[in-house]
Design a protein around this ligand. Structure first.
Ligand code: ATP
Ligand code: MG
Length: 356
């Protein structure tokens, strides 16, 4: 079956790193992968052409694709758009919502070759390999009612932290299955000492556990999880949590690796369709200079092959190619240790393709 892939370069460094992903997709095709790649506009670059960040045409293409590869959206050029619904970031949110992408996978792993480039003690982070599974379409970010209103003569702001059993169960299953494929350890993060919604969260995770007897389930309050993540991050394998806690913890975990330019991510829906993108943003400060690290984007291609297209062997080839490029000492500026020579975006793309 031909897999349909939609490439959305987006804004800032998005087009530069997406160009490297496109070359990699072509190499995969030449190596026998049956894919059909289309391109589309999203974010500020879509706004410039169509007056909206998620044009109907892009959404239609996204719905028809098995997987979407996205560069990054946003930048100062569009910060002054008054209608918030037209801001570039809304393009991303619209895709998440329309495709029902509830399961966000955020690996935080530190390539051993880069341990010395991290600002943290090597013994703390060398070999770090965590997968954070974040619920992405519910929780306090979307709960109703929400708003700002007058009460007793002053304004109050409020949001509703709500999860249904079925929402907890489906993200729980993603996390348990992930743990089965990895180190068989799952830590569920909640605030069950204070918040009822997370008492239910914990209950549902416990209920699922017997179905995955090979996975060791533990629970941690979010404040402790934040502390443990900084104190001894290597104790974690898979972490599952709700939308807001996941937002915060996954950013913290990414920073532990010290190499934001290396981290891919996935957002999946119930049918396995997914959107894949680097964890970093559009980096407007370095856009257009051919210095951005394309590896997070190229590793997003590998994640896509693994989680939406079921092409594990091809995914591994990409990951191995990245490993050998790092072994060879090639570095973009963001991952270089002091005194190391650096190469640009295109040259890093060349190197991965040569090693593929
Ligand atoms: P967003 O709100 O979209 O997450 P941000 O401002 O939080 O954006 P980034 O756009 O990720 O963050 O940029 C943060 C810093 O990391 C910037 O200095 C940027 O240049 C750098 N950076 C981000 N991605 C890369 C990359 N692929 N290669 C090199 N540097 C990068
Ligand atoms: Mg950010």
């Amino acid at each position: 079956m031909t897999h349909k892939v939609l490439l959305l370069p987006g804004d800032g460094i998005g087009p530069e790193i997406a160009a490297q992903a496109a070359r990699l997709l072509k190499a995969c095709q030449e190596a026998g992968l049956d894919i059909d790649v289309e391109e589309g506009l999203v974010g500020g670059s879509a706004y410039d052409v169509h007056g909206e960040p998620l044009p109907a045409e892009t959404l239609e293409k996204a719905k028809a694709a098995s997987a979407i590869l996205l560069g990054a959206v946003g930048g100062p050029k569009w910060d002054k758009i008054e209608d918030l619904s037209k801001r570039p970031e809304k393009g991303l949110l619209g895709l998440r919502k329309n495709l029902g992408l509830f399961g966000n996978l955020r690996p935080a792993m530190l390539y051993p070759q880069l341990a010395s480039a991290s600002s943290l003690k090597p013994e703390l982070v060398a070999g770090l390999d965590i997968m954070i599974v974040r619920e992405l379409t519910g929780g306090i970010y979307f709960g109703q009612p929400r708003g700002i209103e007058e009460r007793n003569g002053e304004r109050v702001g409020f949001n509703t932290y709500i999860y249904s059993e079925s929402e907890i169960e489906r993200i729980g299953r993603v996390a348990f299955e992930m743990a089965q494929k990895r180190g068989k350890k799952l830590c569920s993060v909640d605030k069950a000492n204070v918040l009822e919604v997370t008492i239910l969260w914990r209950e549902v995770m416990e209920r699922l556990a017997p179905e995955y007897p090979d996975v060791e389930l533990s629970h941690m309050y979010v404040d402790n999880a934040a502390m443990q993540l900084v104190r001894a991050p290597k104790q974690f394998d898979v972490v599952v949590t709700g939308n807001m806690f996941g937002d915060i913890l996954s950013d913290a975990a990414a920073m532990l690796t010290g190499s934001i330019g290396m981290l891919p991510s996935a957002s999946l829906n119930e049918s396995g369709q997914g959107m894949y993108e680097p964890c970093h943003g559009s980096a407007p400060d370095i856009a257009g200079q051919n210095v951005a690290n394309p590896l997070a984007m190229m590793l997003s291609v590998a994640m896509m092959l693994r989680y939406s297209l079921n092409e594990n062997a091809m995914a591994e080839r990409i990951e191995n190619a990245v490993g050998s490029v790092l072994d060879g000492g090639l570095r973009t500026a963001d991952i270089a240790s002091k005194g190391m020579q650096t190469i640009g975006t295109d040259a890093m793309g060349d190197a991965v393709l040569a090693a593929f």
